[in-house]
Every structure is written in structure tokens, then in C-alpha cells.
Design a protein around this ligand. Structure first.
Ligand SMILES: [Fe+2]
Length: 134
């Protein structure tokens, strides 16, 4: 599970709210592993995550454009890599089924990605945002 603590706060309300929602949903994948869960529920959660991530990236792209963020291209590239990976994982799950080891791999991947991405990249653009917006 991820605890959403201060080290993950960007100070951009819209972005933080979306990050919290994403973290909550990823955490949800953890409860699946211990409890009884249907393949449908897993699929629904994963579908939600993929869609919500796309919405979230649009939000960040718009804000980066607004503030003319110099590292925007690099940041967008990271988003695209995640989307590609998610599409691949989705295909894998559709082919091999929603088995426990796939879910464990998925949640581990998402957990690491979101924490690394927020700390490594989102906080950097947030810093620029606060400089520009004052
Ligand atoms: Fe981002």
C-alpha cells in the first residue's frame, strides 16, 4: 500500500486530487490480493486506472503548457511510456487472464511508477508552477 504523505504533495490542487484518487485505486488492487475478488472487479479497476491516468496526463499537459514548462517534452515522454506499458499489460491480462501473479506484478509496477514519477518529475514541474504563479 502507498501512504499518501506530504512528500507526494505538489501543491497544485487539481493534480494532488488526481494523484490521491490514483493512489487510492492502486491501493485497492492490494485488497484484491488478500480477499476474494472477481475477475470482473479487477478488470473494472484496471479499466478505470487506464482511463483516469489518461485524464490525469491531459491535466498535467495543460498545466505545463500554461506555465511554459521547459522540460515538458521529457515529462510527456514519461507519460507516453506508461500508457504504452499499460496497454501491453492490458493485452497480457486479456490473453492470460487475471491471475494473482499478474495482479501482484501490476500493482508493484504501478506503485513504483507513481511514487517515482511524482517525486522525480511532477514535483519538478510543480516547483516551476509555483515560481510562475507565485
Ligand atoms: Fe506527470
Amino acid at each position: 500500500m502507498i501512504t499518501f504523505n506530504n512528500s507526494l504533495i505538489t501543491g497544485i490542487k487539481e493534480v494532488d486530487e488526481q494523484h490521491m484518487e490514483l493512489v487510492e485505486r492502486i491501493n485497492h488492487l492490494f485488497t484484491f490480493v488478500d480477499g476474494k475478488v472477481t475477475a470482473q472487479e479487477l478488470e473494472d479497476t484496471f479499466t478505470f486506472l487506464v482511463q483516469y491516468v489518461a485524464v490525469h496526463f491531459e491535466t498535467e499537459d495543460r498545466i505545463m503548457q500554461e506555465i511554459n514548462y521547459p522540460d515538458m517534452d521529457k515529462h510527456i515522454e514519461q507519460h507516453e511510456l506508461l500508457i504504452n506499458k499499460a496497454v501491453n499489460l492490458r493485452e497480457q491480462l486479456d490473453t492470460h487472464g487475471y491471475e494473482l501473479h499478474s495482479i501482484i506484478e501490476l500493482r508493484g509496477f504501478l506503485l513504483k511508477w507513481i511514487v517515482d514519477h511524482i517525486k522525480g518529475s511532477d514535483l519538478a514541474f510543480a516547483e516551476h508552477y509555483h515560481k510562475v504563479k507565485g
